[in-house]
Design a protein around this ligand. Structure first.
Ligand code: PEP
Ligand code: MN
Length: 337
């Protein structure tokens, strides 16, 4: 349930409401907006009467949240969440571009990648060091060695890093090198991982599972938020349907749907969404037009020799060209790139 405090409500009034919620058995999550404080109570809903709270001093209104996700609900933070990492703000007016290879493969590859994506205007470099591959015989990533190369290349070019954490045992290591912890599609419902990420003090990029509904994606975000980590970005990356013309079916509609349901920033990954290089730019343009707060795009300096996902990786000049197109589209929808 949600208790919305009046504008400028005294701290003692807020505390009285928190104490009462706690006495009733609720766990209280606090969201402090520019005008209103919102208290989210998670717990037993029987015997609970919103009117009892509405008469308390400093309370504006109180609602039951009927959706199964409470903290990820738009009503918990109607002003929206902006994930701020250094100078980069995800969820604000700028559409934040995250780009780079699928996997970190070598010092030379990641250095070239960082240079080229930074030059084109990306703010974050992507690159997996732990790779979830369908086959155990495929390249599995360079592990910590890859993370070191990625971090150094990012720092040389003033970029942030996003890299995938596949298992809860890797959270500490990833946190050392990466600014954003990516949870891959295959791990969206790894609930032990999500719970531990709730205790981590790093922003999380949570990808939609290959067969997950939007509600399931939001419930996975709720797992992380219920542990106290509210710094989450959701990412649409295509879902599995009966269609075989593309690797996945890019669900562009998920972007505005999520933005109606949640305050969390919504990103799109057109590369995994379609799996084919020549279809990535149209889907990237569509995602920005649909209101995405950022994109995750695979780019490789030599896609023919990439160790993973070469077929969907853009050539450097294709990425630069796409960035130019996105600037025009972002401006048309009141954003910037
Ligand atoms: C990736 O970003 O390289 C990746 C493995 O993505 P997904 O989890 O969406 O398949
Ligand atoms: Mn990939």
């Amino acid at each position: 349930m949600l208790v919305v405090m009046q504008e400028g409500a005294a701290e003692e009034s807020v505390q009285r409401v928190i104490d009462r919620l706690v006495t009733m058995g609720f766990t209280v999550h606090r969201s402090t907006g520019t005008s209103h404080t919102v208290l989210g109570g998670v717990g037993p809903m029987d015997n609970f009467e919103p009117a009892e709270f509405e008469v308390m001093e400093g309370v504006k209104e109180c609602h039951r949240i009927v959706s199964p996700y409470k903290l990820a609900n738009k009503r918990f933070r109607p002003q929206g969440t902006v994930v701020e990492i250094g100078k980069v703000k995800i969820g604000g007016p700028e559409v934040v571009m995250m780009a780079g290879p699928c996997s970190v493969e070598s010092e030379e590859q990641i250095s070239l990648s960082a240079e080229l994506v930074a030059k084109a205007g990306a703010k974050v470099i992507r690159g997996g060091a732990f790779k979830p591959r369908s086959s155990p015989y495929s390249f599995q990533g360079l592990g910590e060695q890859g993370l070191k190369m990625l971090r150094a290349a990012a720092d040389r070019n003033g970029l942030l890093v996003v890299s995938e954490v596949m298992d809860r045992s890797q959270i500490a290591l990833l946190s050392e090198y990466s600014d954003i912890l990516q949870v891959g599609a295959r791990n969206m419902q790894n609930f032990n991982l999500l719970r531990d990420l709730g205790l981590a003090r790093k922003p999380v990029l949570l990808k939609r599972g290959i067969a997950a509904t939007i509600e399931e994606l939001l419930l996975s975000a709720e797992y992380i938020m219920s542990g106290g980590n509210y710094e989450i970005m959701l990412c649409e990356r295509g879902i599995r349907t009966f269609e075989t013309a593309t690797r996945n079916t890019m669900d562009i509609s998920a972007i505005p749907v999520l933005q109606q349901l949640t305050h969390l920033p919504v990103l799109a990954d057109p590369s995994h969404g379609v799996g084919k290089r020549n279809l990535v730019a149209p889907m990237a343009r569509a995602a920005v037009a649909a209101g995405a707060d950022g994109l995750l795009v695979e780019v490789h300096h030599d896609p023919e020799h990439a160790l993973s996902d070469g077929a969907q990786s853009l050539y450097p000049d294709q990425f630069a060209e796409l960035m130019g197109q996105l600037r025009g589209i972002a401006a048309a929808v009141g954003r910037s790139v």
